[in-house]
Design a protein around this ligand. Sequence first.
Ligand code: ACO
Length: 319
Amino acid sequence: MLLNSRVLGHGHFLPAKVLENNDFVNFIDTSDEWIYSRTGIKQRHIALENELTSDLAVKASQKALDSANLKSDDIDCIILATTTPDETFPSTATKVQTQLKMRNIPSFDVQAVCSGFIYSLQIADSLIKCQKAKNILVIGAETLSKIVDWKDRRTCVLFGDGAGAIILGKSKGFCGIMSTKLYSDGSWHDSLFSDGGPSINQKVGKIRMNGKDIFKQAVNKLTEATNEALSECNLDVKDINWFIPHQANQRIISSTAKKIGLGEDKTISTVRYHANTSAASIPLALSSSIENGKIKSNDILALCAIGGGLTWGSCILKL
Ligand code: ACO
């Protein structure tokens, strides 16, 4: 019997503390005008010192469970995409599993930076299709503020914290996830990386980035990946109800949408309010846009993301 997977529920959570562009002028040489005109960002949410990635993930996941009308016992796998785990090990997913009092199910983190949620969707969809799981909790959660160099004005203004989660469940007729495409090219390492790690220097490291390199790669690779995912499921750009690209920068979002042939009216953009939340950006944008009534059941969505590695990917799904 051929099984498909579909989204059964969604949830998101943002830390209460908000940092506006104007707040940066107190500690770096920048302005609201510079940040907003180049990125479309106005504000970002910032986790408190004792507010961990797992805390944000648990809150988003509880909402996803409620929205799917499921209990902790109904979940048989957790996949958590993050670049900012609570600890080097164990995985943050295992902390979520314990805090949500779930059974002894498999739980693991996926590290693909900003593409982590798309990577996790493909893994979850495959596990459901090969009947290894029925209901999978798929989370993107980040506290990027903890690995940002707050003295580097080229990067610190770009990032924020948050979490989004969905429950992907098995479906006999309805095909939710229609196609996924994943890629990586490690030769771009030096354009976006953290200058630390357990093996290199036993530190966490801070984000380092060549913004111009990333900008060019992002527009081209996101466009190609979205077109490839569309053709894999024999759909045309006209079939897309909503385009949800990784929320890194409004100029990347707009240029990519234009190159694919989509207008602003079909493009979800939350970067103004959330900034770049890496693996959390797509589930946050998805969940908040379902909640505010923009995205509806049966809409066809095109998701795509690119991040450090480089890694990138896309997913076409019917809600
Ligand atoms: N405030 C004021 N001035 C700044 C700031 C700031 N926050 N940051 C940089 N500048 C200055 C630079 O120092 C430079 O000054 P100089 O000419 O005197 O040296 C000048 O502004 C121009 O700097 P550039 O880096 O050339 O600025 P650019 O126009 O390329 O914009 C930006 C930078 C916004 C990062 C852009 O390259 C970009 O959007 N890149 C995409 C990268 C991205 O979004 N990455 C997110 C992580 S990756 C991902 O999620 C896919």
